[in-house]
Design a binder for this molecule. Structure first.
Ligand SMILES: [Zn+2]
Length: 288
């Protein structure tokens, strides 16, 4: 339970006509000043077209996330939620009783395995291309998927700004694989010039995203706090998630943008070496 939820946020949630719960890192101890309050809004099936959005409430950033479908589809997000408003059927209160730690661990483990398998797919895509930038991109995406997967397997829901902190806190048994992935990501290249070059490109990638400003403000906050590695990691992960969903043609058309956004080094030989090591740790994570 967080220390205190600002009164303005509670009042804001109270005015929403649907059940609302506080989720995300502000229900944990890791939340930073730049972190938004994530409000899950259950608008019901008729209103599923509601878009997510970021608003400011009494100078706090608030992200409204409209969740649809059965509650059991959102167990990972809702574990540890703070209910701010319920309906007359006490939908959230009874769901909260149902989302016991064990259940959410199980769902997390399943999602962890999926992420590791997705990491293997990305590595396959890397090996299937002759374009050095696109190959480097897939390796980096594969490494991010792996770390998210390992976190989930260890029972932690990945929280984008806090992933390195979360990784530092998990079992050291998993550390070897994480080191390999961090090498693929190039965390040692985290400098201000590298981050600002990437940022120019990521801003372009995210030009139509509703959470673009929130993303930019988090990056500047991490830079102010001199959390360079966390910042490099976070910005790269946002770029990786964004790029993973683009069409194949985008990568070759905008390869310069891809290269800048992910701060890629195009050395095929060393990429292949790193991929082999990542492949091994992913399989180990899958118990193979
Ligand atoms: Zn946060």
């Amino acid at each position: 339970m967080p220390e205190s939820i600002p009164t303005a946020i509670k009042a804001f949630a109270g005015e929403i006509v649907y059940p609302v719960a506080l989720i995300g890192c502000s229900t944990s101890e890791m939340s930073l000043d730049c972190c938004e309050y994530d409000l899950a809004v259950f608008a019901g099936s008729q209103e599923h077209n509601q878009a997510n959005q970021v608003v400011r409430v009494d100078n706090h950033p608030v992200e409204l996330m409209h969740l649809t479908g059965p509650i059991k589809d959102h167990i990972i997000d809702l574990a540890g939620m703070v209910i701010l408003k319920d309906n007359s059927k006490l939908m959230l209160s009874s769901a909260a009783k149902d989302i016991i730690a064990e259940k959410s661990k199980k769902v997390l483990a399943t999602s962890g395995k999926k992420l590791l398998i997705s990491s293997l797919f990305c590595q396959q895509k890397m090996r299937g291309t002759n374009h050095p930038t696109i190959a480097a991109m897939w390796l980096k995406i594969a490494a991010y998927e792996f770390i998210d997967g390992m976190l989930a397997l260890s029972g932690n829901r990945p929280m984008p700004v806090h992933i390195l902190e979360q990784v530092r806190q998990i079992d050291s048994k998993m550390a070897e694989g994480v080191d390999v992935a961090l090498e693929c990501i190039g965390a040692e290249r985290a400098t201000r010039p590298a981050i600002s070059r990437s940022m120019a490109a990521i801003k372009e990638l995210k030009s139509k995203d509703y959470d673009r400003e929130l993303f930019i403000s988090k990056v500047s906050h991490l830079l102010e706090r001199r959390m360079l590695v966390d910042c490099y990691y976070y910005a790269g992960r946002v770029a990786a998630k964004n790029l993973a969903n683009k069409k194949e043609i985008f990568y070759s058309q905008y390869s310069k943008l891809v290269q800048l956004a992910l701060d890629l080094v195009n050395d095929l030989q060393s990429l292949e070496k790193m991929q082999k090591r990542l492949f091994r740790v992913v399989n180990r994570g899958l118990g193979r």
